[in-house]
Design a protein around this ligand. Structure first.
Ligand SMILES: NC(=O)c1ccc[n+]([C@@H]2O[C@H](COP(=O)([O-])OP(=O)(O)OC[C@H]3O[C@@H](n4cnc5c(N)ncnc54)[C@H](OP(=O)(O)O)[C@@H]3O)[C@@H](O)[C@H]2O)c1
Length: 310
C-alpha cells in the first residue's frame, strides 16, 4: 500500500510517497481502506519540526502524518464486533492517516451515518472536536453571550461559528472579505475584516475570544474582550505569550490541546446528519499531491477543510 512519509523534518518536499506492507491484524483491530484523510496545520507544523507534534516523534522518524480519516472496513480481528466489513467509519488517529490502508483498534473509529457524505465525515473530526472543546470545555460559552472567533473561515473556525450559533451565542467572525458571504451563510451575526482596525475598534466587546491565530493577532484582539471576559487561545506554539498578555489585562485566559472523545464526535456527526452542522471541503488532493496540500494549508488562508484522497 502507498503511504506518505517524511524521513526528516523540513519543507513540503520532504513528503514522499512510499510503498509499504499493511501489518497483520491483532484480535481487537481492523483494516480500513482510507477514502479521505483530513489535512491540518499541525501536520505541516510537525513535518517542519515545530511544536509538540515534532517533539513527540523526533526520535521515531520516518513518520507518516494524518490525524483524521474516513474509510471503509476491509477486515476485522477475531474479537471485533462493533464494526463489520464494508462499514463506513471515521475518526481521530494518533498518526499515519496519509495511507491507503490503516490498521487501528476497532474502537478508535465511529460509524458514519448514512446521511453524512464521505468528505464531510473525513473533515469533521479534528477541527470539530477542537471547536467544540474550545467553545464549551475551555470557553464555557453560554446562550446569550457574544463570542469573537478569529480565523473564522478556516477548518476549526467555520465549525466553531456554527456550533456557537447552535449554543445560542451571538457570533462575531473575523475573515478576509472574500469569506464574508460564506460566514454569513453559516450563521455568523457580524463579520469583520481582521485587517480593518477602525471596524475592529468599533466592535462591541465580547464575553469570549476564541483565538485561532495566536501570536500578535491573539494579543491584538484582547482589546475586544470585556473586562470580566474569557480567552481561549488555540494555537499551542504561541499560547504562553497570549495568556501572559491576557492575564496582564486582568482577563481569564487558557490554552488548550484537543483530546479525543468519541462521545463528542458522535454528537458532532449527528449534527452533520441533521443538517445543523456543515463541513466545508474546499479542495481534495491525491496522496501523490500531498506536498501541494501542505503548501496550501501553510498559506494560512484555506477555507474550511482540505482532504487527501486515498
Ligand atoms: N490546540 C489544539 O488542540 C489545536 C487543534 C486544532 C487546531 N489548532 C491550531 O489552531 C489554528 C487554526 O487551525 P485551523 O485548522 O482552523 O487552521 P486553518 O484552516 O489553516 O485556518 C485558515 C484560516 O485562517 C485565517 N487567518 C489567517 N490569518 C489570520 C489573521 N491574522 N486573522 C484572522 N484570521 C486569519 C484565514 O482567513 P482568511 O482566509 O479569511 O484571511 C483562513 O480562513 C492553527 O494554528 C492550528 O494549528 C490547535
Amino acid at each position: 500500500m502507498k503511504q506518505l512519509v517524511i524521513q526528516a523534518f523540513g519543507d513540503a518536499e520532504q513528503l514522499v510517497l512510499t510503498e509499504s506492507t499493511s501489518p497483520a491484524l491483532a484480535a481487537n483491530e481492523m483494516r480500513v481502506k482510507m477514502h479521505y484523510a483530513g489535512v491540518n496545520p499541525v501536520d505541516a507544523k510537525t513535518r517542519a519540526g515545530l511544536g509538540w507534534g515534532a517533539e513527540a516523534i523526533k526520535d521515531s522518524l520516518p513518520w507518516s502524518p494524518g490525524l483524521e480519516v474516513m474509510g471503509t472496513v476491509l477486515e476485522v480481528g477475531s474479537e471485533v464486533n462493533i464494526h463489520h466489513v464494508g462499514d463506513r467509519v471515521f475518526g481521530l488517529l494518533a498518526g499515519a492517516g496519509y495511507s491507503e490502508q490503516l490498521v487501528v483498534a476497532a474502537n478508535t473509529l465511529l460509524r458514519v451515518p448514512k446521511a453524512v457524505s464521505d468528505e464531510m465525515a473525513a473533515g469533521l473530526s479534528l477541527a470539530g472536536i477542537t471547536a467544540w472543546q474550545g467553545l464549551t470545555e475551555h470557553g464555557l460559552l453560554k446562550a446569550g453571550e457574544r463570542v469573537l472567533i478569529s480565523a473564522a473561515a478556516g477548518g476549526v473556525g467555520h465549525l466553531a461559528v456554527q456550533l456557537a450559533k447552535d449554543l445560542g451565542a451571538t457570533v462575531v467572525a473575523l475573515a478576509s472579505p472574500v469569506n464574508h458571504d460564506f460566514l454569513h451563510n453559516l450563521g455568523a451575526d457580524e463579520v469583520l475584516d481582521y485587517r480593518d482596525e477602525q471596524q475592529l475598534a468599533a466592535l462591541a466587546p465580547v464575553d469570549l475570544l476564541l483565538d485561532l491565530v495566536g501570536g500578535a493577532s491573539g494579543q491584538a484582539l484582547l482589546a475586544q474582550v470585556k473586562p470580566e471576559g474569557r480567552v481561549v487561545t488555540v494555537p499551542t506554539i504561541t499560547a504562553k505569550e497570549v495568556i501572559a498578555a491576557a492575564e496582564s489585562q486582568g482577563l481569564s485566559a487558557t490554552g488548550m490541546l484537543k483530546h479525543n472523545d468519541n462521545q463528542q464526535l458522535a454528537s458532532l456527526v449527528t449534527a452533520v446528519a441533521e443538517r445543523r452542522l456543515r463541513v466545508e471541503v474546499s479542495q481534495i488532493y491525491s496522496l501523490a499531491e500531498g506536498a501541494d496540500a501542505h503548501r496550501q494549508i501553510e498559506t494560512g488562508h484555506t477555507r474550511g477543510k482540505i482532504l487527501l484522497q486515498g
